[in-house]
Ligand binder design. Structure first.
Ligand SMILES: [Fe+2]
Length: 395
């Protein structure tokens, strides 16, 4: 049977006109026995639609790793390194637990597990806004189902190792319970009904497309310098109520207190990344890990009228940089632009990690067990920024 696709089922909160390209469910594939032609088609679909859902998938960790690696065949290491995440206790990603025999696949979720893929016991903790945001939803509101996004991000070490092209997320156990309401708590009144334990996605392409012209101009001219060991650096810092920014209160770990680092492993990446299949630009910045922003001057011959930073800029003030990034990213997490995936067991979602942002949502109790296998690989090549033609078009 040829590979078929159908649009993802959107929740009533989503604006269908903004999801004509994003997301497809793929039908009629046996993931365990993909022919090279079928894989090529899946790869094309992934970069075209940015997220693909396969229902009723059966994948061992070895098979999940092999499938993930097929998108970047010369990569071998997990996105954060094959040994690093668990040992780096000061990292905010300390909850990641690798499958012992396949370190490129991580066990994520919530609750206590025993005898799972070679792990005698595993204590999983669903990351939630409670331990990350500066303010939290009150226990009374939480009891009534109010919750928040945790942390909008792409999966990437952003130091030493290059951002993965693709992430695969495989649901083994999904908690059952009533829908929650994700509150933004940023004065807009925005809120989003959300299935329990959902993963929320937004398109980086939409994020770029809906920017007003002066900010599109900044987006195509900007490069982000990420902090060394960013997840340790941001460890003590509290986040904004939308999970899309950090509060600038000077709490970052000082650079001389970080694990040893060297300048040559620092990552400076374009703020917009070019889709390898569609050529579209995706605004892809990890807002919490960013440390500095470089903006190139306007190219010669481009009108300066209304332009921001026409002569370029090097923004080193964290608050100024974060405020600018927030202005550019917040419109794209509006409730109508978010796809919250309502997980069913054996769902495999693969997403173009260089083209979308995502976050877990909600808070789970200790008895609400959620078990997922996640895999992504430090890429073999850096993301490609806008072409000179793109810069001239949007600057
Ligand atoms: Fe993630």
């Amino acid at each position: 049977m040829p590979i078929q696709t159908v649009p993802l089922t959107l929740p009533p909160s989503a604006d269908p006109s903004k999801f004509t390209v994003f997301g497809r469910e793929v039908i009629g594939v046996d993931l365990e026995n993909l022919s090279p032609a079928e894989f090529a088609e899946i790869e094309r679909l992934l970069y075209t639609h940015d997220a693909l859902l396969f229902r009723n998938a059966n994948l061992s960790p070895e098979q999940q790793y092999a499938f993930t690696r097929a998108f970047d065949p010369t990569s071998e290491s997990y996105a954060h390194g094959n040994q690093k995440t668990e040992s780096t206790k000061k990292s905010i990603l300390h909850y990641l637990k690798m499958i012992p025999r396949v370190p490129q696949v991580q066990l994520v979720g919530n609750g206590t597990l025993s005898d799972h893929e070679g792990l005698e016991t595993a204590e999983l903790k669903h990351p939630s806004h409670r331990t990350f945001h500066k303010t939290v939803v009150s226990p009374e509101d939480e009891a009534r189902g109010a919750t928040r996004f945790c942390r909008w991000h792409m999966d990437a070490a952003l130091y030493d190792l290059l951002p993965p092209k693709v992430t695969t997320l495989y649901a083994l156990r999904v908690p059952q319970g009533p829908q929650q309401v994700c509150r933004y708590d940023d004065g807009t009144g925005d809120e989003l009904p959300i299935p329990l334990g959902a993963t929320a996605f937004v398109s980086g392409r939409t994020m770029f497309d809906i920017l007003p012209r002066p900010l599109q101009s900044v987006a195509v001219r900007a490069r982000v310098r990420y902090a060394p060991h960013p997840y340790v650096w941001m460890g003590p810092v509290a986040a904004h109520s939308t999970g899309l920014a950090l509060e600038s209160e000077g709490k970052e770990v000082s650079l001389d207190q970080l694990p040893p680092w060297t300048e040559d492993k620092i990552q400076v990446l374009p703020a917009t990344w070019k889709n390898p299949v569609t050529g579209a630009l995706h605004f892809q910045v990890h807002p919490c890990a960013a440390q500095e922003l470089f903006v190139d001057p306007l190219p010669e011959g481009v009108s300066r009228e209304g332009a921001l930073y026409p002569d370029g800029a090097h923004i080193t003030d964290l608050k100024e940089m974060r405020d600018l990034l927030y202005k550019m990213q917040r419109p794209a997490i509006a409730p109508s632009l978010v796809y919250p995936h309502d997980w069913k067991e054996k769902d495999l979602v693969i997403f173009h990690n260089r083209g979308v942002m995502h976050t877990v949502v909600g808070a789970l109790g200790p008895d609400q067990v959620r078990v997922f296998h996640q895999s992504n690989l430090a890429a073999s090549s850096a993301p490609v920024g806008p072409t000179l033609e793109d810069v001239r078009k949007y600057a």
